[in-house]
Design a protein. Structure first.
Length: 682
């Protein structure tokens, strides 16, 4: 059966599932889909292990123990849904804004994500959720500069002669791009990795620029400085296809490489050499990823980097330019799918998912509105993935908070549910997928019947809508109806049924002659929209909220990149993948380890004012001096003392997009004398 990978990855692979007697035997990449080319990552190639996992939730459950204890009893679907609807009706009668949906990219599908669910919550009048937790700052920075989540076509990286892999461990998180980069390398391209961590990708590139976390904008501005003083510029492209060049030029000239070197912690000579390579190599391209925007100045950093291709006219070439996200280049009928018109003129408040810890603990107030009385969690695991998780735990532990969780497994968040509802996996339902790494749309068809008593997200919200008395026809749409509706007028659904994917018609070099989807049609170095909002219209370097060297108590910067074999908190409970990762790790440079008497294998206490986290230390060249790498995102219950790295991260937000600042975090590390062992999996 033809399908699509549902996980939060730019590759969005096309799948083929082999089924015999109603049982899925294996999942493979579809060789007919060019971006997939028959290849899957280690994680998704084991998808049947996840679908048939012995700990898979098989029937609805109702809490019988204290919140967080994970003690449940089985109940029937009708009983569970009747009670949930009854509780939601009572809360909504007081104020529907006291109900909050919480979801993100546990599935990237348009239908099982915000399809029927969005209709349900719009009709209810629930609080809106600002879904910021991954990419908001970078997406806003890109939109302010290029006009949307747009960029070059990924397949043409294979023809580039210089590729800057900026803030991305592509081997782990963008495998199919890495195959294209390797093809370019074999054909003579130079690969440069820009990343605070010496990742697997950095090891395989010709050069690694190991800058400090949160200093990417300073590096980009210094590169601009060198492009200007050496006249490595495309003056015609600047004149015809950009806005605000003179103002940007003035700002960039303040950023000599020596100044940036002090900020970034890299040699000025390395900055000069990188600028020369970017300014003199054709075609040259940047594969930017979201790691670099998880700091205070993340939006500005994305803006500054997105300016670089226009300075040199890199967009003229199909193998030149930049790619952060291509999702804005593919059209679908979001309004018809999500039906915001069901709000009927109401304007509910918006709650930022990245501050859920504080928001669940807030009392009612004129500024905040009603206290959150109910949370419906689907496609997310906030107790593990949201920042400052000590507060998140306290919020979900409220006995007066009614919590419903749609899940495959008993995650950290599931332990705090009042009702735990078994959801289908990708092999068991219809869905439609866009990509943020290529420009195809993919259809997923169910390969097997739902396992146990699991139900699709869409069916759960249909049934709740009926019980709530919502009579609109849209709540009767089937999942196939929703898939058809989402692509109507944009793609041939019969083609999707036949081959599982369809390709958006996009020019090979979409911005060779400008035509950016900005208000001016140009690459906007200066954003009038930001200026009108009282913000700086030009990109600039903004120091981190928590700047290394500013605290004697917490002298180490910490970033928390994903462990290679996990995807956010997904796959953490698959034993075969956990065996590869072994245990929660903190990578620490030998210099910092020696100063603290820490050796590889030691249990360490990583701490700041927000909390502490215990894990094993690995003295490693992957960490630069002054920076430790807390690999995530382990389930809290699988940690040494029931916490994970997000115990330490803060709920402060980015400059643009209101995103989280996971990589803007100061800590101290101490060796722990007594050994500790992780508890068995729940």
């Amino acid at each position: 059966m033809l399908g699509a990978c549902p996980h939060d990855c730019p590759d969005t692979c096309a799948l083929i599932t082999t089924v015999r007697d109603g049982v899925a035997l294996k999942v493979q990449g579809n060789p007919a889909h060019r971006p997939t080319d028959g290849v899957l990552c280690t994680k998704v190639s084991r998808y049947t292990e996840r679908t048939y996992h012995p700990e898979r939730l098989m029937h609805p459950m109702r809490r019988v123990g204290p919140k967080g204890s994970g003690r449940f009893e089985p109940v029937g679907w009708d009983q569970a849904l009747d009670d949930i609807a009854h509780r939601l009706k009572a809360i909504a009668a007081r104020d529907p804004q006291a109900v909050l949906p919480y979801s993100y990219a546990g599935t990237m599908g348009l239908v099982q994500g915000e399809g029927m669910a969005a209709r349900f919550f719009h009709r209810l009048g629930a609080s809106l959720l600002d879904r910021t937790i991954c990419a908001a700052a970078g997406a806003e920075g890109l939109t302010q500069t290029l006009g949307g989540k747009v960029g070059m076509k990924v397949e043409f990286f294979a023809e580039s002669k210089l590729i800057l892999i900026w803030g991305s461990n592509s081997i782990a998180s963008n495998l199919h791009f890495w195959r294209l980069a390797q093809q370019a390398k074999r054909d003579g391209a130079r690969l440069v990795c820009i990343d605070p961590r010496r990742t697997e990708t950095a090891e395989k590139c010709h050069e690694h620029v190991q800058l400090r976390p949160g200093t990417d904008a300073a590096l980009a501005l210094a590169l601009m400085h060198e492009l200007i003083v050496n006249d490595w510029l495309d003056h015609d492209y600047l004149a015809r296809h950009t806005l605000g060049w003179e103002a940007l030029r003035e700002r960039a000239l303040r950023w000599a490489p020596e100044r940036a070197a002090q900020v970034c912690g890299v040699p000025a000579a390395q900055i000069r050499a990188l600028a020369r390579a970017w300014g003199t190599t054709r075609p040259a391209a940047i594969r930017l990823n979201y790691g670099m925007q998880r700091v205070r100045g993340g939006g500005n950093a994305a803006r500054a980097i997105a300016c670089l291709p226009a300075l040199t006219g890199a967009w003229r070439h199909r193998a030149g330019g930049l790619l952060l996200s291509s999702s804005g280049m593919v059209r679908f009928n979001r309004a018809a799918l999500q039906r915001a018109d069901l709000l009927a003129g109401r304007q509910p408040r918006t709650i930022n998912m990245s501050t859920i810890g504080d928001d669940l603990l807030r009392p009612s107030s004129p500024a905040f509105g009603p206290r959150v009385e109910a949370v419906i969690v689907y496609n997310s695991n906030p107790v593990a993935v949201a920042p400052e998780s000590g507060k998140v735990v306290r919020g979900f532990a409220r006995e007066d908070l009614f919590t419903v969780v749609l899940e495959h497994f008993r995650t950290d968040t599931a332990d705090y549910a009042d009702y735990l509802l078994p959801a289908t996996t990708q092999l068991e339902h219809w869905d439609l997928h866009l990509s943020y790494g290529h420009t195809d749309v993919l259809l997923n068809r169910p390969a097997i019947a739902p396992v146990g008593q699991s139900r699709t997200n869409t069916e759960v919200f249909r049934q709740l809508a009926r019980r709530m008395g919502f009579t609109e026809d849209c709540f009767a749409d089937s999942d196939e109806d929703l898939c058809r509706l989402a692509v109507d007028g944009h793609f041939d659904f019969e083609l999707l049924l036949a081959q599982g994917f369809a390709t958006q018609a996009i020019p090979d070099a979409p911005f060779a002659e400008g035509g950016f989807p900005t208000p001016s049609g140009r690459c906007e170095f200066f954003s009038e929209r930001l200026a009108r909002a009282g913000l700086d219209g030009l990109p600039d370097h903004l120091p981190n909220h928590e700047t290394a060297g500013s605290s004697t108590r917490y002298p180490l910067a910490m970033i928390s990149p994903p462990a290679r074999n996990f995807l956010n908190s997904t796959f953490v409970n698959l034993q075969s993948l956990r065996d590869i990762e072994r245990e929660p790790l903190l990578e620490i440079h030998a210099q910092d380890a020696a100063a603290r008497g820490i050796a590889t294998g030691d249990v360490v206490r990583v701490f700041n004012d927000r909390g502490e986290y215990r894990c094993k230390a690995e003295v490693s060249t992957r960490a630069r001096p002054g920076v430790v790498n807390g690999l995530g995102i382990w389930w809290r219950k699988l940690g040494l003392q029931g916490t994970n790295v997000n115990e330490l991260t803060s709920q402060k937000l980015t400059d643009l997009g209101r995103g989280p600042v996971f990589y803007d975090c100061l800590v101290e590390v101490q060796a722990v004398a007594a050994p500790a062992t992780a508890p068995a999996a729940a």
